[in-house]
Design a protein around this ligand. Structure first.
Ligand code: ZN
Ligand code: ZN
Ligand code: ZN
Length: 268
């Protein structure tokens, strides 16, 4: 068996690994038409992206479904991870990166805010054994933290612009790569963040479901935000089983559509 790392290569592309809310779609034990139907675009794994940057593949979040997502899309290895926030659906696939440092020849770079690092050190404490204590018997993910905030930074040869977003009472980050912005898990855009969304080609935005929610934009709220941002194309993500892909898309304003797992768009 060849051991050379493989993958189809996604340079200059953004791939939606998952577009579902925290429980995914289908929902376990649900008999609704969306969960039971056969439209593959209604199969939504937990939210995350793979972004093909000049120096490698960047994961935005490590969703619970990470392993199956990377295999499904034939992404191959990733070279760094960037976190929006520390909620379990965006984080708990982190153990699946344990193989990457072998191929990369060093610890995997992790770009995140201090709160996310604290959550990782607590939830994945086996990755950080005491130097003078017993070492783990099996391989654990080797991670190298890079603290980020609201200042732009470089990752894998690309300028990344963080965008502060409100997610209920939590402050989370969206990210802008060129003229493409990814804003998941939000129900509020602070005044200072609006200029960062100017002149977008593509806006990816949280649109949970038709009904209001305390920490996510409803579909109507997301449409209103998308209109104000005015991107050429808006793709909604982090959706529940309350949104049937075909029926919802048919009713959306021009230039707006639901994303789906496996959707690929060029970075502009
Ligand atoms: Zn989420
Ligand atoms: Zn359902
Ligand atoms: Zn969240």
């Amino acid at each position: 068996m060849p051991r050379t790392p493989v993958g189809r290569g996604i340079a200059g592309q953004l791939v939606f690994l998952g577009t579902g809310t925290s429980v995914g779609v289908p929902v376990i034990g649900c008999g609704c038409a969306v969960c039971r139907g056969d439209d593959p675009r209604n199969r939504r794994t937990r939210c995350g992206l793979a972004v093909g940057l000049p120096e490698g593949t960047l994961l935005v979040d490590t969703p619970t479904d990470l392993r199956t997502q990377l295999l499904r899309e034939d992404i191959g290895l990733a070279h760094a991870v960037l976190y929006t926030h520390e909620h379990a659906d965006h984080l708990f696939g982190l153990d699946d990166v344990r193989l990457f440092p072998f191929a990369l020849g060093g610890a995997l770079p992790i770009y995140c805010e201090p709160a996310v690092e604290r959550r990782i050190r607590k939830s994945f404490d086996y990755c950080f054994p005491d130097a003078d204590g017993p070492q783990p018997l099996s391989t654990v993910p080797r991670l190298a933290f890079h603290t980020i905030g609201e200042e732009p930074f470089d990752a894998l040869g690309e300028r990344v612009v963080p965008i502060r977003l409100r997610h209920g009472s939590l402050g989370v980050l969206g990210f802008r790569f060129g003229d493409v912005a990814y804003c998941t898990d939000t129900n509020g855009i602070p005044d200072a963040s609006w200029p960062l969304l100017a002149g977008l080609d593509v806006l990816v935005l949280d649109a949970l479901r038709p009904a209001p929610h305390p920490t996510h934009f409803s579909l109507d709220e997301a449409i209103e935000v998308a209109r104000r941002v005015g991107a050429r194309r808006t793709l909604f993500t982090h959706m529940t089983h309350d949104l049937d892909h075909a029926a919802t898309n048919a009713a959306l304003p021009q230039g707006m559509e639901l994303a789906y797992d496996g959707l690929q768009i060029p970075l502009t």
